[in-house]
Design a protein around this ligand. Structure first.
Ligand SMILES: Cc1ncc(COP(=O)(O)O)c(C=O)c1O
Length: 370
């Protein structure tokens, strides 16, 4: 039985009527640009994230772009971030005219090393963008301590609804950052039926600026204080997401129980390292990412047995050709480079059956002769 990396149709089948009804409300209202559907989702995402404000936009990439603009990162400034992440994290830093400064990751969590982030600070450091990779939050309180006074933009594209115990209090992804950014790309735990994104903040002035930036920089129509973007969350996407949001906690819990199943099934394999979750974190397992020996051969073996897998990410950002101008070399971020050679993400989506997970486990074990 083939097992895909992700089966969006399996999830859609369980919620089809709710999603279609919600979309049809927007269609019948003919209010497609912002309006009530977007405001409703913004309110619910703010509640989930324990933030005062949430501002929808066109994608997780734009959420980062608008956030960077809102804190005035631009030409002449530097932004410290992780090299082991999806391209958008650094692409947006470049696109606002700032310089990405890459620091290495913690090999256990794949998230930015706070001390390395602190050591990268210069007089030009305008922001730090830790990424909450694969579903668990970065040690953002330590990053803040390492870079006091530097605005923190939390790239929580993969982590909506995840939480971290900070000084004994559960904090949601996006809650303590200057701005937290989410993606509703279809493969995320809360995925739309197309692109979408959102920014959350506790700061009213930042929320006002983000709203302005997503509408061409004008607070009042046809009057522009600054040059912004056309980056609104589509009302139809907001309707889909509002129908899906009440299921998110249960879907993420199922991902956690799937992770437990795999953790136990691989515990005796010395060639396979299962994901490490920082005890302070509750992960939402956007991915279940192994570190393995002979990664590419294992991936081919899984493929031959119909098992989906993916390499997130095969080339760290400091070594991407487009960033050659920054002058990083092989060895600049050794842990990110090692991770890029060893990681393999396997199916973890909530609709997986035990039979499917057993197929995945048997396929991995058979590769290592176990
Ligand atoms: C860590 C990270 N940052 C940013 C993004 C960009 O989000 P989007 O694809 O919605 O533009 C993604 C997802 O694709 C991501 O995983």
């Amino acid at each position: 039985m083939p097992v895909p990396l992700l089966d969006l149709r399996a999830q859609h089948a369980t919620i089809r009527d709710e999603v279609v009804a919600s979309m049809m409300d927007v269609v019948d209202s003919q209010l497609f640009i912002l309006g009530a559907a977007v405001e409703k989702l913004e309110q619910h995402v703010a509640e989930l994230s324990h933030t005062k404000f949430a501002v929808g936009c066109a994608s997780g990439t734009d959420a980062l772009l608008l956030a960077l603009r809102a804190i005035d990162a631009g030409p002449g400034s530097e932004v410290v971030t992780s090299p082991f992440t999806f391209f958008a994290t650094a692409g947006t830093i470049h696109n606002v005219g700032a310089k990405p400064v890459f620091v290495d990751i913690d090999p256990r969590t794949f998230n930015i090393l706070p001390d390395a982030a602190g050591a990268a600070r210069t007089s030009r450091t305008k922001a730090v963008v830790p990424v909450d990779l694969f579903g668990q939050m970065a040690a953002i309180e330590d990053v803040m301590k390492a870079l006091p006074g530097v605005p923190l933009i939390e790239d929580a594209a993969q982590t909506i609804g995840a939480r971290r115990s900070i000084d004994g209090v559960w904090r949601m992804a996006g809650e303590v950052a200057a701005i937290g950014t989410f993606s509703f790309f279809p493969s995320k735990n809360l995925g739309g039926y197309g692109d979408g994104g959102m920014m959350v903040t506790q700061d009213e002035a930042l929320a006002t600026r983000l709203k302005r930036l997503r509408m061409h920089g004008g607070a009042k129509q046809y009057f522009h204080d600054e040059v912004g973007y056309n980056s609104r969350l589509d009302a139809l996407q907001a309707a889909v997401l509002s129908a899906k949001l009440p299921h998110l906690a249960q879907w993420s819990a199922k991902r956690r129980s799937n992770a437990k199943f795999y953790d136990a099934a691989f515990a005796d394999l010395s060639d396979v390292t299962t994901p490490y979750v920082d005890p302070a974190n509750e992960s939402i397992y956007n991915q279940y990412t192994l570190r393995v020996d002979r990664r590419d051969d294992l991936q081919n073996h899984l493929k031959s047995r119909g098992i989906g897998s993916a390499i997130y990410y095969p080339l760290p950002l400091h070594l991407q050709p487009c960033f050659a101008y920054l002058g990083y070399k092989q060895g600049s971020c050794p842990e990110a480079e090692r991770a890029a050679r060893e990681v393999l993400s396997i199916p973890i989506y909530p609709e997986l059956t035990e039979g499917q997970m057993t197929e995945v486990v048997d396929a991995v074990r058979s590769f290592y002769g176990r």
